[in-house]
Design a protein around this ligand. Structure first.
Ligand code: AHR
Length: 630
């Protein structure tokens, strides 16, 4: 087979091409919810570094008795009773936990050693690390003086990793207390305890524990965000997905409920994935994350349509106003109504929000077109520079409504996705551009993240690069899964409280990180094989050095001898700077895991014979990337 690259014919790839789609997926069935939280967390218990699960005691909603799980009781009926009431000082968040302590260290009913109280195991254990500092914030009220120990302990409470005492003579009104705890030991399965040995009634509400060290100090878990940083996402589409729609409109994500002080966010029950979220990771935090990653935010808002119900177009204006208010929140100056709310949250400068999607996967629903046009016209007139994304697929026929982009989603088998390398070859070049905002190999080809899936996705992405005159953005989905509750497979990044790894699909993303904004060169494969695809780009690193990057996917089961010829570009003879990176493995279904996180990862070697004519050998089932210094 031959690969002929002609560098004198080229065109720029859009700066936006490869980004990420973050959806707040954490799943929980109603039956499980009654007994224990069993959730697949990407947001809370995932990238959001909050350690306490159900910090307001209202996972069951605003009625009492509320569901306090996974909070549990330390002590027995003779030493304390625990209940919930609606006495909180937070108006939108009324549920508080009441603890009636019946024992006392100075009483005949002596409290057990260590006291009685409650503990929270976090999201399948809190990862507490020696030497790190954790900030605990809680709200407390009691008619009498309190003496409460706030501790981070091992999972059974037997080993104390950090502790502080709240001794207060007057908490007769709700009082906010903050303590810093420095851990003297490490345990990825720790818990937070609030205990006392003093008789009396104590109310707690809004209990938070977070590591002080978070990504750029903004509350995100460092190592997970660094995984994102490593793939240089050009945009971040958020917060969903089905999460935005809701099964029913009353349970859809509404941005106004997710901003302001965390204690005052009511949280909501997301009924598509069946989960409760306290919305600590809200609209503001997503915009902040995009800014911290240097990615363009793409906000998907609810368009008055859920999976089961829809607002009639004649009644959709409140939703339109909500979207306009959301844009003002992000972009308005700090004197504007909603811009001032953002400023009060610590971000006086506007966020750089220039893309919105009107709903998710709603095209074809009765009111979509009508509702869409209301949003389109209002946003176009108030913010002419904002790019508007329609849910309707315009790749095979023209849209019947105006849009800057159309959305395209595909979840399919490996062979289908690989053959979709040609999906956009014959798409019309006029009209809105394509945004492939969700794609992945799923089903048995994918397992929980196989090499096979990753190679098919690589073939598809090469097709997107080559069609990047029409496809301007693409993102893999979903991005994260907490390994304690895999409800959607596969995902790009797998984690638990203390560990994480990238699936082969993640590593493919990394091989494409230089593509956005690069120059696509004319390249032709001469071969009878239908299992080879290739592309060539030139890109500049941060020192201004230009590299030729050739990526070739061999989706076949035999090795391939390939003659590469490069015209119109000189290659440097500096050996140490040209590399070859290969992603492959001995078995097509090989996956990474916590015990073997690097089983299927790219392997890099130096290219010693970089030349304008090269003979290269491609391993069976592999993607090979040459980065040659020009
Ligand atoms: O990525 C998971 C889900 O797949 C998204 O929520 C939805 O948009 C799609 O159906």
């Amino acid at each position: 087979a031959n690969l002929i690259i002609n560098a004198s014919i080229s065109r720029p790839i859009p700066e936006t091409l490869f980004g990420i789609f973050f959806e707040v997926i954490f799943l929980l069935s109603i039956q499980e919810f009654d007994s224990h939280l069993e959730i697949n967390h990407a947001g809370a218990g995932g990238i959001w570094a909050e350690l306490v699960s159900n910090r307001g005691f209202e996972a069951g909603g605003q009625n009492t008795p509320s569901n306090i799980a996974p909070w549990s009781i330390i002590g027995d009926q003779s030493s304390l009773t625990v209940s919930t009431d609606r006495s909180s000082c937070f108006e939108r968040n009324k549920v508080a936990l009441q603890m009636d302590v019946l024992c006392d260290s100075k009483d005949s009913n002596i409290c057990p050693a260590g006291g009685v109280g409650i503990y929270n195991p976090g999201f399948w254990g809190m990862n507490i690390e020696q030497g790190k500092v954790y900030k605990v914030v809680l709200h407390v009220r009691s008619p009498g003086p309190v003496n409460v120990s706030v501790s981070l302990t091992s999972s059974d409470g037997s080993k104390i990793l950090a502790t502080a005492n709240i001794v207060d003579s007057d908490v007769s009104n709700w009082t906010k207390v903050e303590v810093l705890l420095e851990a003297t030991g490490t345990d990825p399965n720790s818990r937070l305890q609030l205990t006392t040995s003093r008789k009396g009634v104590i109310w707690f509400d809004q209990v938070s524990a977070m590591p002080l060290d978070t990504y750029k100090g903004h509350g995100f878990r460092n190592e997970l965000i660094e995984m994102l940083d490593d793939i240089k996402p050009q945009f971040i589409r958020f917060p969903g997905g089905c999460f935005v729609e809701g099964e029913w409109l009353r349970n859809a994500f509404r941005w106004k409920e997710s901003i302001g002080p965390w204690e005052e966010r009511p949280g909501h029950f997301g009924d598509v994935w069946m989960y409760w979220t306290d919305d600590g990771l809200g609209y503001f935090e997503f915009l902040q994350l995009a800014e911290d990653l240097g990615s363009r935010p793409i906000w998907v808002f609810n368009n008055g349509i859920s999976h089961q119900d829809q607002v009639d177009t004649t009644a959709v204006l409140p939703f339109v106003q909500e979207a306009l208010d959301g844009l003002e929140f992000a972009r308005g100056d700090s004197n504007s109504k909603w811009g001032s709310v953002r400023a009060a949250m610590g971000h006086p400068e506007p966020f750089d929000l220039k893309y919105v999607a009107v709903g998710n996967e709603d095209c074809g629903k009765k009111n979509y077109r009508g509702n869409y046009l209301k949003f389109y016209n209002a946003i176009r007139s108030a913010y002419p520079d904002i790019k508007i994304i329609s849910n309707c697929d315009g790749s095979s026929r023209s849209l019947d409504h105006p849009a800057d982009y159309y959305d395209f989603h595909v979840y399919t088998s490996a062979s289908n996705l690989f053959s979709m390398t040609h999906q956009f070859d014959r798409t019309s070049r006029t009209g809105p551009k394509a945004f492939v905002s969700e794609y992945a190999v799923t089903g048995k080809d994918a397992g929980t993240g196989s090499l096979l899936a990753a190679l098919a996705e690589a073939g598809f992405l090469i097709g997107l690069e080559k069609n990047s005159d029409i496809v301007e953005m693409a993102s893999y989905a979903p991005l994260f899964v907490n390994a304690n509750d895999r409800r959607w497979n596969p995902d790009a990044i797998v984690f638990n409280s203390s560990k994480h790894y990238g699936t082969p699909s993640y590593w493919v993303q990394k091989l494409f990180r230089e593509s956005s904004g690069a120059n696509l060169l004319d390249s032709k494969l001469q071969t009878n094989s239908s299992t080879l695809v290739a592309s060539a780009i030139t890109w500049q690193n941060s020192d201004g050095k230009t590299y030729l990057k050739i990526k070739i996917v061999n989706f076949g089961n035999s090795k391939v001898n390939l003659k590469v010829s490069i015209d119109g570009l000189g290659l440097s003879s500096q050996l140490s700077e040209s590399t070859k990176t290969v992603l492959t493995s001995s078995n097509l279904m090989d996956e990474n895991s916590f015990s073997n996180p690097k089983k299927v990862v790219p392997a890099q070697t130096l290219v010693e014979n970089a030349d304008k004519d090269m003979d290269v050998v491609l391993s069976p089932y592999s993607i090979t990337s040459f980065d040659l210094l020009t």
